[in-house]
Design a protein. Structure first.
Length: 341
């Protein structure tokens, strides 16, 4: 029986990049990429969970395959390669399952180029053997952690490569993407997705995207999450009031979509911080009067003698009249969004 190799790819394209299962063949003891589509197994569904934590992101992917043909034995692997600038992401805690049972895996070498002649720097793959029964569904699962990649001016990047799913029979039937943000001061500035049917927030810090009948245009198609500072301080300049979006223009629902509920509270209070409001909540004092201020972002710093020094000194006589009309609008707009979450 002919054996194919199904590979879950880890790629570095300015970041850590992980991939849908695809199949390869063996030649001279190495795994060789292929674009053949003569396999009778269809990727019916995959559920991709991406959890964004402070120092790493964690990915769990559940695949559901259906074999329309005869019983087939497949070698399933997890390869990686480094490509491009700042490919410093590394993986850890990789695990895999088949039909609910954890599967052991071994290490095999890969050739360095795809059949498309696109450079890849492919290295090795963690490989395990799976039998796909005829006319039945087989479920597989992978999990891993990765450090973030980086991109100028100062974005962290998480990526998941889904384009390799194009090697299966037919289109990818259904893809459910869940993104959970556990970070306090970072949020998705940009999220690149395949064409999708729906996208919504399902929890205070979790979003769900549904895609159907996905036909990747190339094997490098990927989900891309660029993470930036929630206050918009992503460049070399010190964040000042005239650069803070909450003070500069009226906000829309689209502006707030990728913020968690706790983060909405922080950007709402940042408007007050830029106007010298003396906070009473300890977490806001810690954030605006110490943590950020030590870097000059919010314009003041509490000195050892108790005085404040900086661009925007505290105003003990603060009233809301000090806010501009745009700032007042944004404060109540954000507050209403918080109440609706």
């Amino acid at each position: 029986m002919k054996k194919f190799l199904i590979i879950s790819l880890l790629v570095f394209l300015s970041s850590s990049l992980f991939a849908n299962d695809t199949y390869f063949y063996m030649a001279g003891g190495q795994l060789v990429p292929t674009e053949e589509k003569d396999i009778e197994i269809e990727m019916k569904e995959e559920v991709i969970n991406i959890v964004l934590d402070q120092d790493y992101y964690e990915v769990t992917v559940d695949f559901s395959f259906y074999n329309y043909g005869k019983k087939t034995t497949l070698e399933i692997g997890f390869p990686f390669f480094c490509h491009g600038i700042s490919g410093e992401g590394t993986i850890s805690d990789f695990k895999c399952w088949t039909n609910g049972e954890e599967t052991s895996f071994t290490d095999l070498p890969l050739v360095k180029e795809w059949s498309t002649n696109e450079p890849t720097e492919l290295e090795n793959a963690y490989v395990r053997t799976i039998e796909f029964p005829a006319k039945k569904t087989t479920k597989t699962k992978i999990t891993y952690k990765s450090t973030y990649g980086a991109e100028a001016p100062s974005y962290s990047i998480a990526k998941y490569l889904y384009g390799t799913g194009s090697s299966w029979k037919n289109a990818i039937g259904k893809m459910t993407i869940r993104i959970q943000n556990n970070m306090k001061l970072c949020y998705p500035v940009y999220v690149g997705l395949p064409k999708h049917d729906s996208m919504k927030m399902v929890d205070n810090n979790t979003w769900e995207i549904i895609c159907t009948n996905i036909e990747p245009s190339k094997y490098t198609d990927c989900i891309t999450i660029n993470l930036g500072d929630i206050f918009g301080d992503n460049g070399p300049k010190i964040l000042q009031k005239d650069r803070f979006f909450g003070c500069r223009r009226k906000l829309t629902k689209g502006d707030l979509f990728w913020y968690t509920k706790p983060q909405l509270r922080l950007i709402r209070n940042a408007i007050f911080a830029f106007n010298g409001y003396p906070f009473k909540s300890q977490d806001l004092i810690d954030l605006f009067e110490r943590d950020y201020a030590e870097w000059g972002w919010f314009g003041w710093k509490k000195m050892e003698n108790g005085d404040y020094k900086g661009y925007y000194p505290l105003d003990e006589n603060f009233t809301e009249d000090k806010l501009s009309e745009i700032e007042k609008y944004n404060v109540y707009f954000i507050l209403e969004e918080e109440r609706n979450r």
